[in-house]
Design a protein around this ligand. Structure first.
Ligand code: HDD
Length: 726
């Protein structure tokens, strides 16, 4: 049995609170414990007179209410989180002295918060955006936070540009429009003047920016960090999270519809999966580079707009994280959790990445305003499981009652305690990196190749993924009003890939113009601009298949959500046989019908309906199945929303299965204008592996083929047939 360390939500405290609650007589009280006699009326000077300032009960209640909302996070305001644990596969002592990476039998508790970046707390989950992927490890050596994203690179190279980037992407300041969207002038104005953002723009315009589920996203530490072992030997390290369910996304058309149908789509998905015992899992991967190899790459390891291709340095999977518990209280945990890239443990250290260095200041500072003062580490979700001893005292909302006379070091009054810890007692030693340099405001010349990896990313995508990037750029830039910004963007894209730029320009009705002069605002005042030209991407055929989601292997259909479309009179056997087969493969099969309640099968059985067509849509599912049953099929044929359901699933390239008369529903839906014509009565759509329709087969006969068809998640050939000519 793995050793379980105590969970952060202070169990003892909760037990005490529970006991207190149980023993209490449940009378209404003030926050001081005073029983309240009347909670319906404020204190007034006469029944019809003005309220009195003296009413301390009213003032306490209203004051508390006024302060119920704390300022939301300035970025990453919209998030969802879960508890879980991490276990290393084998001791990592040769690389790092971090204790939580040594003992395969030990479980380190974690709390993970996923988020969008630009939107407010109430915004949609499905915005085109980067997703935050922040992990707090409650280790016995103190809390370690890996505060990463679902993309391995970032927009900017120096933290000094972060407020500019965020001001540009957030709603425009004069009218606060648009919410949670990058498709507006200020964002693209900034980006079009920042060629260093071009690699990240490729990621954000790809389907990675609209994940199907938090459970199906990769995570990245982004910066190059350091591992340091017991001998003090340092190595560079990049962190990866690899989801065991594979990496999946939705389409932009789906994202927009989901935002209306269920803006909590990703939050709900994570919550429901954990409640159902489908615990999401990720493997922690590391790319390790020896110090002597620091200069061997074509890019700078300290540049956060670059990644190390997995084909160059393979990702070594060293452990697994499992999320197995939903928070008890959203505010107390998900909202109040405070992450910080500077929360380190011995064995992990920083590099001089100028983006990381700036972050080290920002995160403490933001918690001071957001969580109200310097004692945010005492909020239960932020408390380390490692004991705390220091001389920090007092301040807003202090929880600890420190005892004793001494609150300074060195002291003799307190017996010299607390004392410093030597390295062999777990004391943190910063990595003794040699530094030589002048005090300058400058960017290293090694940071100036802004296009090679942007091009590598674009080249490495499959055809449908490239198509989606073109469409995303056409959409985003199509929402930009100022022609000069669109033109500048197309000019920058031409440095990444000529075809990409030409196709985007065609959608915008623009020529591809050459960018005049240099766009490098970060050239030092006395620097020679010729030394700082961004390199144009080399037209190589080099690719990194790890960068494509479509090319990544997809195994099984665990936790996928399949809609079974039916009405009264459905063939109950064809329904239950398929439901059982899907369930056995780990998927969920939900019954969707024209109305709520329950329906009667042809065999006379009552079956509970999970969703009515009024409250759901095919964009919320991964595949659709239509069983037979004359009466059910006739109802579906007369229900336009049922037709739309199948039509959309088809357009979004999802697997569709139908047996017996259910085939009529598919034929009816997808012979609409623009759909391939399939009038043959046999209804056998052989040319499309995602269409498993067979009039003469039983549910049992098609189940295995349907499961195989759901596995790749999408059948992109269909999309090609329907693509726009631009
Ligand atoms: Fe940041 C939050 C990730 C650059 C300043 N950041 C925040 C969160 C994540 C990241 C996941 C949400 C944590 C949570 O769930 O509570 N940030 C990143 C990554 C970056 C990055 C991967 C680049 C590699 N961030 C970055 C810079 C700065 C900040 C350069 C400022 C100089 N980030 C913040 C912040 C936030 C934050 C303002 C807002 C709320 C918070 O910290 O606690 O301090």
């Amino acid at each position: 049995m793995p050793k379980e360390r105590s969970k952060p939500t202070n169990k003892k405290l909760r037990e005490l609170e529970q006991a207190k609650e149980e023993s209490h007589d449940q009378h209404l009280t003030t926050n001081q414990g005073l029983r309240i006699n009347d909670d319906q009326n404020s204190l007034k000077a006469g029944a019809r007179g003005p309220s009195l300032l003296e009413d301390f009960i009213l003032r306490e209640k209203i004051t508390h209410f006024d302060h119920e909302r704390i300022p939301e996070r300035v970025v990453h305001a919209r998030g969802s989180a879960a508890h879980g644990y991490f276990q290393v596969y084998k001791p990592m002592a040769h690389l790092t002295r971090a204790k939580f990476l040594q003992d395969p039998s030990a479980r380190t508790p974690v709390f993970v918060r996923f988020s969008t970046v630009a939107g407010s707390r109430g915004s949609t989950d499905l915005a085109r955006d980067v997703r935050g992927f922040a992990v707090k490890f409650y280790t016995e050596e103190g809390n370690y936070d890996l505060v990463g994203n679902n993309m391995p690179v970032f927009f900017i190279q120096d933290a000094v540009k972060f407020p500019d980037l965020i001001h540009a992407v957030k709603p425009e300041p004069h009218n606060e429009i648009p919410q949670a969207a990058s498709a507006h002038d200020t964002f693209w104005d900034f980006i079009s003047l920042m060629p260093e953002s071009m690699h990240m723009i490729m990621w954000v315009m790809s389907d990675r920016a609209i994940p199907r589920s938090f459970r199906m996203m990769e995570g990245f530490g982004v910066h190059t960090f350091r591992f340091v072992n017991d001998q003090g030997v340092g190595r560079f390290v990049k962190f990866h999270w690899k989801p065991l369910l594979g990496v999946h996304s939705v389409l932009w058309d789906e994202a927009q519809k989901i935002s209306g149908l269920d803006p909590d789509f990703l939050r709900r998905d994570l919550w429901e999966a954990i409640e159902a015992g489908n615990y999401p899992e990720w493997e922690l991967g590391v790319q390790v580079v020896e110090e002597k190899d620091e200069q061997k790459f074509e890019f700078d390891l300290l540049d956060p707009t670059k990644l190390i291709p997995e084909e160059v340095v393979p990702v070594m999977r060293i452990g697994k994280m499992t999320l197995d518990r939903n928070p008890d209280n959203f505010f107390a945990e998900t909202e109040q959790v405070a992450f910080h890239p500077g929360h380190l443990v011995p064995g992990i250290d920083f590099t001089n990445d100028p983006l990381l260095q700036g972050r080290l200041f920002s995160y403490t500072d933001t918690q001071l305003i957001r969580l109200g003062g310097p004692n945010f580490h005492e909020i239960p979700i932020n408390r380390p499981v490692a004991p705390l001893h220091n001389n920090q005292r007092d301040g807003h909302m202090r929880q600890t009652i420190n005892v004793g006379e001494s609150s300074y070091h060195p002291n003799s009054v307190g017996g010299g305690c607390p004392m410093q810890a030597k390295a062999d007692m777990g004391g943190f030693l910063s990595y003794a990196e040699k530094l030589i340099g002048s005090k300058v405001r400058e960017r290293s010349k090694s940071f100036f190749d802004h296009f090679s990896q942007a091009a590598l990313f674009y080249r490495s995508q499959s055809a449908p993924e490239q198509e989606h990037m073109v469409q995303a750029l056409q959409f985003e830039l199509g929402k930009v009003d100022r022609p000069a910004i669109r033109e500048r963007m197309v000019g920058l894209l031409a440095h990444v890939d000529k075809t990409l730029a030409t196709r985007v320009a065609a959608g915008l009705g623009l020529p591809v113009m050459k960018l005049e002069g240099t766009l490098n605002l970060s050239i030092p005042a006395d620097g020679d601009p010729r030394d700082y030209q961004p390199k144009r991407a080399a037209a190589t055929s080099e690719k990194s298949s790890a960068l494509s989601m479509v090319l990544a292997p997809k195994e099984g259909i665990r936790t996928r959500k399949i809609a079974v479309l039916a009405a009264d009179g459905v063939d109950g056997d064809a329904l239950s046989t398929m439901q059982t087969a899907l369930k056995a493969a780990g998927a969920q099969a939900m019954l969707v019908a024209p109305r709520s309640g329950s329906l009667k099968t042809a065999q006379g059985r009552e079956v509970k309906i999970d969703f009515s067509l009024l409250t759901t849509g095919s964009v919320l599912f991964d595949a659709v199945y239509i069983p037979g049953g004359e009466q059910s099929v006739n109802t579906l044929l007369r229900t336009p929303k049922a037709q739309m359901f199948v039509q959309e699933a088809y357009l979004h390239c999802k697997a569709i299965a139908a047996v017996a008369a259910g085939v009529d529903v598919v034929q009816h839906a997808i012979t609409a204008p623009g759909m391939p014509n399939s009038n043959e009565k046999s209804g056998d759509f052989q040319q499309d592996e995602g269409l498993v329709v067979a009039r003469d087969a039983s549910a049992k006969q098609v189940a295995a083929r349907f499961i195989k068809a759901i596995e790749p998640h999408r059948h992109w050939a269909r999309e090609k047939a329907l693509a726009s000519p631009l």
